[in-house]
Design a protein around this ligand. Structure first.
Ligand code: AHR
Length: 416
């Protein structure tokens, strides 16, 4: 294991290099003394060279590896919504606090001494590829953590399984990466593996979803969206929309297709919406079921809702891909949706396909969750490398979009 003495004020790469040099010289001197003792006054050159060479061999970086495959053997294939488009780097609203402006995303600052092959190794434990949002998030990391930018990225797709992420984190620890980045599938159950990372002296950065840990020194920083706020914005939008349609006092029947149960994106959005339900006694939540953030499951859940209830006014989908599935189910059941339809459909993420769905008149509104975290995490790493402190919690600014807007124009500028 690499030696890092104090977690929280990690011995960063420059300190480790200094220590390595001191160690080399210490061994060189020891070698010289031993050679003198063995050969009397003879030459020490050979021994000295051998010690230096041994050091050099010991410091060879491990063979390059693009993806860990840490979870591959046991992770069964998952039913996932295919990503519709590759997400290029985007110019975005700046993140709050220390999160960098998205304009920085296109040219992340080079890290370390990339020219000499001294790369910063980052292991990214990704949730999976369940949605268009996730595809854009993966692309953001892969285009940021490149060798040209001074990084070696070890990427692992956990296929929406926490046990796979835990395996990936352990594999990163074994590989002695410099930083571990995790987008946790669910909030709980991370203490043990984070303790192991801490023990190994490897800083952990959380991105996108949050972890619920009793000791927040187990991670350096988190950057992501404010999921509770997203849910509340959705509730406020719905109240205004119904009011404008003259339905402010009407009894409104709702269903929710939730995300992966226990994921902070699900927990926060459900909570935000619940806060708004409490303000509107005429809103009735008929049922909530998980669509696991996928289009296929979203469709399946909506089909079952439509069989159980014939008077659904609103379906809240906790991501866009679930909404695409729900819309298919609504149409297959002979009903209509969108601004002129029987059922109001709202969702979260604001991926390109959601704009197309609003333009087609199927989706009413989408509440943004920004996936372009690669450059934001890179900025955190750069600050840690420089020995600077970073804000522990970094929220990203997010907007919403509905059919009253010039969606064609917004879509033309949209990066994901
Ligand atoms: O954690 C962010 C959520 O995860 C996004 O809303 C969803 O699309 C993704 O799968």
């Amino acid at each position: 294991m690499k030696e890092r003495k104090v977690y929280g004020q990690q011995m960063f790469r420059t300190d480790r290099k200094k220590e390595n040099m001191i160690e080399i010289w210490r061994k060189v001197l020891c070698g010289a003394c031993m050679a003198l003792m063995l050969t009397g006054c003879g030459s020490t050159e050979d021994n000295t060279i051998r010690f230096v060479e041994e050091e050099a061999i010991a410091k060879q970086p491990p063979a390059k590896e693009e993806e860990t495959g840490a979870a591959e053997e046991e992770a069964p294939a998952e039913e996932e919504a295919p990503a519709e488009e590759e997400a290029p780097a985007e110019e975005e609203a700046p993140a709050e606090d220390a999160a960098p402006a998205a304009g920085d995303e296109e040219e992340p600052a080079p890290a370390g001494d990339a020219g000499s092959g001294d790369l910063i190794t980052v292991g990214y434990a990704q949730v999976g590829a369940e949605s268009d949002w996730r595809t854009a998030n993966t692309e953001s990391f892969k285009s940021t953590f490149t060798e040209e930018n001074g990084y070696k990225l070890i990427f692992d797709d956990a296929q929406q399984k926490q046990e796979n992420q835990i395996k990936a984190i352990r594999s990163f620890i074994q590989q002695e990466v410099d930083y571990i980045v995790v987008a946790p599938v669910v909030e709980t159950g991370w203490e043990t593996v984070l303790e192991e990372a801490k023990e190994a002296g490897i800083p952990v950065i959380l991105s996108d979803r949050m972890m619920d840990v009793s000791d927040d020194s187990l991670f350096e920083a988190w950057v992501g969206g404010n999921f509770v706020k997203e849910g509340e914005t959705c509730g406020d939008w719905l109240a205004e929309y119904l009011e404008a349609a003259g339905r402010g006092e009407e009894e409104i029947n709702m269903v929710t297709i939730q995300g992966t149960i226990g994921a902070s994106a699900q927990v926060g959005r459900t909570e935000g919406m619940a806060n708004k339900l409490a303000e509107h006694p005429n809103w009735k939540m008929l049922e909530m079921q998980s669509g696991e953030f996928t289009q296929a499951k979203g469709q399946e859940v909506m089909e079952s809702f439509l069989k159980s209830y014939d008077d659904i006014d609103v379906v809240i989908c906790e991501n866009d891909n679930e909404a695409f599935g729900a819309i298919d189910a609504i149409k297959a059941a002979g009903k209509t949706c969108g601004p002129d339809g029987d059922i109001i459909v709202v969702s979260f993420d604001s991926v390109k396909a959601a704009f197309e769905s609003m333009i087609a008149g199927d989706l009413n509104a989408t509440f943004e969750c920004n996936p372009l975290h690669g450059p934001r995490v890179a900025e955190i790493i750069q600050k840690l490398e420089a020995g600077e402190t970073v804000d522990k919690i970094q929220y990203v600014d997010e907007a919403y979009f509905d059919t009253s807007m010039d969606l064609e124009a917004i879509l033309a500028e949209r990066a994901y």
